[in-house]
Design a protein around this ligand. Structure first.
Ligand code: ARG
Ligand code: ZN
Length: 850
């Protein structure tokens, strides 16, 4: 059944307190006794429940009439409130392969309740506007489950023969989706943090014993985040203890359960020999994200799931800002912009397109999307751009002050921003209502009467105009001048730069810092010379980088439309060489400038897309650049060599590795490239340097170094039980662009280390192939589509969330040339009629076919 945002209704009862007892008998049997105190209201009581075996039910200690419904429980005539409902249910964590509710991971038990997993633990009003105080008791065998954890403070514990128990009290009201429980045999590290008011908080990071050596970075990330939220937002942590538990089987990245975050190991574990620089950055960002949720999500939560971006957009913005300040602001910003353009714009251009505040859903888990999260973060960033740093902070303070302890809406957030600043943000609501990527066209530009003017016209499929902040400046060989903010609120408006200009050849630098999630175009287009001028003289890292991307995109698209073997134009080769030789610029930015726009971003520029031609055009451009700039690539590669083997994570060291490995990727295409990769691999002392050459070699079936390096990579990971590194080994091969790719990937599924019950492992092979290997996924004979469709149907029986997410791989089918379009549609139709398909997958597939 489809739920609609417009249908929100408050519930007849409140739940004042929740008292839970978990009697863990074994991995496959837990008895959950729940005592709920209902207050207020009257009338029938209808609770959510899923896959529960009801053992007993009483109201105020007496048996009552009740009815089990397909999705819960109904008591038609409960006594007048307040009353207490006691239920006992039995659940089977081991059989819970969808990893929602209470489930087993490597023999340990843990929970995932967002969005609707709590109903798989006990009967409840499983929605975020029901906030209650929780008391939890957990009892289990003390050898099998020596560690027992739940939200809040441990207030009692004891041993009873070979069993033990612990009780927990969470003093803060919370919705059910923030409930958590962990029981298992785990190792940990411990530290403390003193908050700004001087309270001591005990910090723990837990995982399986063999992972304990890889937890320090997560702890460091946590402490840094706690301090940063105090410094930037004045937000202090509020419990005496904070736990992070890393488990191997997890559908998403991590979960912000109050005081007891549960994480995917991929977002916690980090050691120099197993984690790339990107992995370290992800751990930092995700640990921060979950920590920041304590205020933006937990203390102030969502009224209903349509408001998800209220907490996710805001918290992603906060973690992005944090990572900008802790790493390199410009490089981090470009990484985030790349995600918007390649994934979010692609979603906007697909049938799954939705506003950051969706209007309806069937399976809420399908709306944890790059639109709700990342475009949502861009919307928050626009408030900051419009209100200024200080005004934004005033708005945040008011938001937290007004709504602490409440479940609220995106409108409440907007009202706090408006009220704190005396600014009318009525029109800004359109950003929450409209799906799709707005376009901004620059129709007229130039100097008139000593002023530089330009006319901006916005459109988003005929929807009302948005309030768009456009940061702008004028660029000339001396640099950028006249920086200003244009607020475009009408469909079309002419703006004037606040500076008198003479005859200088200014180029407008617009959307600086990517000040709005829109597509900007000039009519007529900027000339090559103008783009070169922006690339050379602008001081805005985004516009500078983007100008190179536009130059490169033109060349790749020309190849796509014309001759693949046409020589590269000089301006592209020159810009490429200029980046390679410009030692003054930050290395990470240089690396990102050298990268070509990716397949998905370019695909958005094309109608009736021929994927093979696009892959060929990209490949030819890469090879052309490598050939033309070999000497510069070699020099830069050599210049970026590390002075010694000390591993550092500072921005300069990360940038150096990044730039060197980018040069390696180009050089690997040339004569001697295999040997260079082999030597790079042999000399590597950290994961970033080990994986880069192996990833290149994977696409070279004839190279001797390929087998040797892949094997060495695997053997080392296997010997050290490094599951996350084995995932990388699988992923590298799934991405490989060589003949027989589909057969190779099918063979990977037969490998003894492959399992479809671990989402990370499954995704390393299957999702990586579908999303990271466009040439072979889109193989003209339809074999790639068949393979993925089969995988979707089989994984759907075990884990619908994983299957549904993978189904998005077919989302862009309408954008392809007729033959692929047909094959992709057939694959979708075949999935759709599969017997017993989950509502999650059915929703994605049906929406895609509309
Ligand atoms: N709230 C979690 C986060 O920080 C994500 C939970 C997603 N869960 C899901 N079933 N889709 O981002
Ligand atoms: Zn989140």
């Amino acid at each position: 059944v489809e739920k609609f945002r417009a249908d929100y209704k408050s519930l007849p009862y409140g739940v004042e307190s929740v008292n839970l007892n978990f009697d863990i008998k074994s991995e496959s049997s837990t008895y959950v006794t729940s005592k709920l105190r209902f207050v207020g209201g009257g009338g029938p009581l209808e609770l959510d429940g899923e896959d529960l075996k009801l053992v007993s039910l009483r109201v105020d200690g007496e048996p009552v009439e009740y009815e089990l419904t397909p999705d819960g429980l109904k008591i038609a005539t409960p006594p007048p409130a307040p009353f207490e409902l006691e239920t006992v249910v039995e659940i089977d964590p081991k059989a819970n392969t969808q990893l929602s509710g209470l489930y087993a991971s490597s023999g340990n038990l843990c929970t995932q309740c967002e969005a609707e997993g709590f109903r798989r633990i006990t009967y409840f009003y499983d929605r975020p506007d029901v906030m209650s105080k929780y008391t939890v008791r957990v009892e289990a065998d003390k050898d099998a489950y020596p560690v027992l954890l739940s939200n809040g403070n441990e207030v009692g514990k004891g041993v009873d023969g070979d069993r033990h128990w612990a009780t927990f009290e969470d003093p803060f009201n919370k919705p059910s989706y923030l409930f958590a429980l962990v029981a298992g045999d785990l190792g940990h590290i411990e530290d403390t943090f003193t908050t700004m008011s001087g309270r001591q908080v005990r910090l723990f990071v837990w995982s399986e014993h063999h992972n304990v050596g890889a937890l320090d970075w997560a702890m460091h990330s946590l402490k840094t985040s706690m301090k940063w939220d105090e410094d930037r937002y004045g937000r202090e942590y509020d419990l005496d203890v904070y736990h992070i538990v890393a488990v191997s089987d997890f559908n998403m990245g991590a979960m912000e359960n109050k005081g007891l975050n549960v994480f995917n190991t991929a977002c916690v574990l980090a050691k120099e020999t197993t984690a790339t620089d990107g992995d370290y950055e992800r751990v930092l960002g995700v640990v921060a994200h979950e920590y920041f949720h304590n205020w933006s999500g937990n203390r102030v939560t969502c009224r209903d799931w349509f408001q998800l971006t209220l907490k996710e957009g805001l918290t992603v913005f906060r973690d992005q800002h944090f990572s900008e300040e802790l790493t390199s602001p410009a490089a981090k910003r470009i990484e985030d912009i790349r995600i918007i353009r390649s994934s979010q714009f692609t979603q906007d251009a697909s049938p799954m397109s939705h506003p950051i505040r969706p209007e309806s859903y069937v399976a809420m888990d399908n709306f944890y999307t790059v639109t709700v999260y990342n475009k949502g973060a861009e919307v928050i960033r626009m408030y900051r751009t419009l209100l200024g740093e200080g005004g934004f902070r005033k708005g945040m303070d008011l938001y937290f002050e007004r709504h602490d302890g409440e479940a609220v809406t995106c409108d409440d957030f907007r009202a706090a921003m408006a009220d704190a600043n005396g600014k009318d943000l009525t029109q800004f609501e359109e950003w929450y209502k409209q799906a799709g990527t707005p376009t901004i066209k620059v129709t007229e530009r130039g100097v008139k009467d000593g002023a530089y003017r330009l006319t901006l016209t916005q459109s988003n499929g005929g929807k009302p105009p948005l309030h768009v902040p456009i940061k702008a400046a004028l660029v000339a060989p001396g640099g950028a001048v006249a920086e200003t903010l244009f607020e475009l609120t009408d469909e079309s408006k002419t703006f004037e730069f606040p500076m008198a200009v003479n005859g200088e050849p200014y180029v407008p630098s617009l959307l600086r810092g990517f000040s709005a999630p829109v597509k900007l175009s000039f009519e007529p287009p900027l000339s090559i010379a103008e783009l070169e001028s922006l690339a050379a003289y602008d001081d805005d890292a985004f516009v500078k980088w983007d100008s190179w991307q536009q130059l490169a995109a033109r060349v790749v698209l020309d190849k796509y439309h014309g001759a693949q073997d046409a020589p590269l134009p000089d301006y592209l080769v020159n810009a490429f060489k200029a980046t390679l030789t410009n030692g003054d610029e930050e290395s990470s930015l240089r690396a990102y400038s050298l990268d070509l726009p990716d397949y998905s971003t370019l695909a958005l520029e094309l109608e009736d897309l021929d994927p093979t031609k696009l892959c060929d055009a990209l490949k030819a451009t890469r090879l052309g650049l490598a050939t033309a700039a070999r000497a510069e690539l070699e020099a830069c590669y050599a210049a970026m060599a590390p002075a010694d083997d000390t591993f550092s994570l500072d921005a300069a060291a990360v940038g150096r590795r990044r730039l060197r490995n980018t040069c390696l990727a180009y050089l690997s295409k040339l004569d001697g490239g295999d040997a260079l990769c082999g030597a790079h691999f042999d000399a590597a002392t950290c994961m970033s340097d080990s994986i880069a050459p192996v990833a290149q070699l994977a696409s070279k079936p004839d190279s001797n170094d390929r087998a040797r390096c892949l094997e060495a990579f695997y053997d080392k990971a296997k010997k050290n039980q490094e599951d996350l590194v084995i995932n990388k080994w699988f992923a590298i091969q799934a991405m490989a662009d060589c003949d027989g790719a589909i057969d190779n990937v099918s063979k990977l599924l037969e490998h003894p280390d492959f399992t479809d019950t671990n989402p990370n492992r499954f995704r390393a092979v299957v999702n990586t192939f579908a999303l990271g290997n466009p040439r072979h996924f889109h193989s003209g004979d339809g074999k790639g589509y068949d393979f993925i469709a089969d995988q979707i149907c089989s994984i759907d029986k075990k884990n619908p969330q994983v299957a549904a997410r993978l189904s998005n791989a077919f989302g862009s089918w309408r954008r392809y040339e007729p033959s692929r379009r047909d094959l992709m549609r057939q694959a979708l139709e075949r999935i759709k009629v599969t017997a017993g398909l989950s509502k999650d997958t059915l929703e994605i597939v049906s929406r895609s076919l509309v």
